[in-house]
Design a protein around this ligand. Structure first.
Ligand code: SIN
Length: 284
């Protein structure tokens, strides 16, 4: 199929689009890739149907965006060490990704994008919400933008897990196979509060509820009111869209311009995703 068969249909005013007319099991032509890449930059979150896509084919599609990088706390599936299985079984208490966040903003070089394919879905529920952090920045007053422009913030993987390491906590009550990071992998980082998208030049707010702890040079107590204001502003409904999963739905999102939240509303059911992340650059 050629690129003219590809359709891109926005799902909300803020972000997100359905993409159809392409079989992701086949290698993409350059014109097909250009169309998908343009849609990715314009809509930030793309939803495909990809029936029969194998883990190897998911990795091949991910590599069109850039090199694959492992999740620091994840043990991959058999034969595909960089494909993390996110499994929530009927008895699991913890919901992976159930808080607004940008993926692994605690890494010195966070990922460009994350790609998830649904392998098993509950009969209803288990949607994922996304939001557009460019819109969040654009909606601030000039005075607030000026103040934030020079600020940096400290991000850590341990923000919500102060009673033990993140891997220990997660391993205790989830089916997702997690582990301690490899020696030398740092899971704390200071990043600009306002970052510029390296491909579009558009500015966005880069703090998130899951991982950002304080502004650089400020105490946690001093940082809390302004961070809480920014989180609530970023999470406003008009910055969001919500996407549902069928078996074989594949969603890829731009971590440089979005946050997401996995909704835990399917008690007693199973949800299984295969997740791949793509290497990014140092936020600037
Ligand atoms: C994640 O935060 O990477 C998982 C999102 C989801 O399972 O919907």
């Amino acid at each position: 199929m050629d690129a003219t068969a590809i359709t891109v249909t926005p799902v909300a005013g803020a972000l997100g689009a359905y993409v159809a007319g392409v079989d992701l099991r086949d290698p993409l032509s350059n014109t097909q890739w250009d169309r998908i890449h343009r849609a990715f930059l314009d809509h930030h979150v793309l939803r495909f149907q990809a029936p029969g896509l194998s883990p190897g084919e998911q990795e091949a599609f991910a590599r069109r965006f850039g090199p694959i990088v492992p999740y620091p706390f994840g043990a991959g599936i058999d034969g595909h060490p960089d494909v993390l299985e996110i499994r929530k079984s009927p008895t699991d208490k913890r919901n992976f990704g159930g808080i607004w966040h940008s993926d692994t903003s605690y890494l010195p070089v966070p990922p460009l994008a994350t790609m998830l394919i649904a392998r098993e879905v509950p009969p209803a529920g288990g949607d994922t919400m996304f939001l557009n952090t460019h819109l969040a920045y654009d909606g601030l007053s000039d005075g607030m933008k000026e103040m934030l422009d020079g600020l940096r913030a400290f991000n850590s993987s341990d923000k919500r897990y102060r009673t033990g390491s993140r891997a220990q906590q997660l391993a205790a009550d989830t089916g997702t196979a997690l582990k301690e990071p490899e020696p030398g992998v740092v899971t704390e980082a200071v990043h600009p509060v306002v970052r510029r998208h390296p491909e579009t030049g558009h500015k966005s707010l880069y703090v998130n509820r899951a991982h950002t702890i304080h502004f650089d040079g400020w105490t946690e107590e001093e940082s809390k009111p302004l961070l809480e204001y920014l989180f609530r502003h970023i999470e406003r409904p008009e910055h969001q869209c919500r996407l549902a999963w069928d078996e074989s739905t594949l969603i890829v999102w731009d971590n440089r311009s979005t946050q997401h939240f996995a909704i835990d509303d399917y008690a007693g059911e199973t949800r299984v995703m295969h997740r791949v992340t793509i290497a990014g650059d140092v936020p600037a």
